[in-house]
Design a protein around this ligand. Structure first.
Ligand SMILES: CC(C)(COP(=O)(O)OP(=O)(O)OC[C@H]1O[C@@H](n2cnc3c(N)ncnc32)[C@H](O)[C@@H]1OP(=O)(O)O)[C@@H](O)C(=O)NCCC(=O)NCCS
Length: 195
C-alpha cells in the first residue's frame, strides 16, 4: 500500500482503481482538459493510465480528498470516493537534473475550490517529495491565462522563469533552499503520513 497523508483540510490518498470512474467523468469537462493540458481518454484508457501512473517510478500521484466530505472516520487503504475532489502529481522528468520535479494540481470539484484545499495539497505533496525523493526544486507549467493557478504557485514562493509563446504557458520555479525547506516543514508539521 502506498502512502496516505492526512492534513488539516485535505487527505492525500494513492490513486486507486475505484477512483477512475469519477476521474474519467471530471476529464470529460473541456475547461479542465484545457487547464491541465490533457487529452480526453476513454474509460478503458483511464484505467490503463491509473495502472501506469502507479507503476511509474518517476511519477507520484495522489487523489485529493476534502476532509469535510469524508464519510465517518478516514481509513488508510479505503478509497473514500465520496470525498475525492482532485489530484496532485509530481513528475521527476527533468533529464538534466533528477532532483527537479514538475508539480501539478487540479481541484476538479468546484464546491471544494477557494478554501485552501489546492494550496495545502501542493504543500503536502512538496514536503513528501523533499523527504522521500530528495527533491531540491519544483517547477510548474501553467497556461498563461490561468491566473488562479499562477497566483496559487506564486503565493507558495514560485517565480516565473520562462514564457512560451508557442504553448501559451509560463514556467514557475521554486528552489528548495534550507530556509524554504524549514518553512515547508513548519507549514506541514501537523500532517500525518500512513504507509
Ligand atoms: C487553480 C486551482 C488548483 C486552485 O485550487 P483551490 O483549492 O481553489 O485554491 P486555494 O483555495 O487553495 O487558493 C490558494 C491560492 O490560489 C489563488 N486562487 C485560487 N482560486 C483563485 C481564483 N479563482 N482567482 C484568483 N486566484 C485564485 C489565490 O492566490 C489563493 O490564495 P488566497 O486564498 O490567499 O487568495 C483550482 O481552481 C483548479 O484546479 N482549477 C482547474 C485546474 C487547473 O487550473 N489546474 C492547474 C493546472 S497547472
Amino acid at each position: 500500500m502506498k502512502a496516505s497523508i492526512v492534513g488539516e483540510k485535505v487527505i492525500l490518498v494513492p490513486y486507486m482503481k475505484e477512483h477512475v470512474p469519477k476521474y474519467h467523468e471530471w476529464m470529460q469537462n473541456p475547461a479542465l482538459l484545457e487547464a491541465t493540458a490533457s487529452e480526453p481518454l476513454t474509460l478503458d484508457q483511464e484505467y490503463e493510465m491509473q495502472v501506469s501512473w502507479t507503476q511509474d517510478p518517476l511519477k507520484q500521484t495522489f487523489i485529493v480528498l476534502d476532509k469535510e466530505l469524508v464519510d465517518g472516520e478516514f481509513c488508510h487503504g479505503d478509497p473514500h470516493t465520496e470525498a475525492m475532489v482532485g489530484d496532485v502529481n509530481i513528475y521527476m522528468n527533468d533529464l538534466d537534473d533528477a532532483k527537479v520535479a514538475e508539480v501539478e494540481i487540479m481541484i476538479a470539484e468546484t464546491k471544494s475550490r477557494g478554501k485552501g484545499v489546492g494550496k495545502e495539497s501542493v504543500l503536502m505533496m512538496m514536503a513528501f517529495a523533499v523527504e522521500n525523493f530528495g527533491i531540491q526544486a519544483f517547477q510548474a507549467k501553467i497556461g498563461e491565462s490561468n491566473t488562479a493557478s499562477i497566483s496559487l504557485f506564486q503565493k507558495l514562493g514560485f517565480e516565473k522563469i520562462s514564457h512560451s509563446d508557442i504553448f501559451k504557458e509560463v514556467t514557475l520555479k521554486l528552489e528548495m533552499s534550507k530556509s524554504k525547506c524549514e518553512e515547508l516543514y513548519r507549514l506541514t508539521d501537523t500532517a500525518m503520513t500512513y504507509f
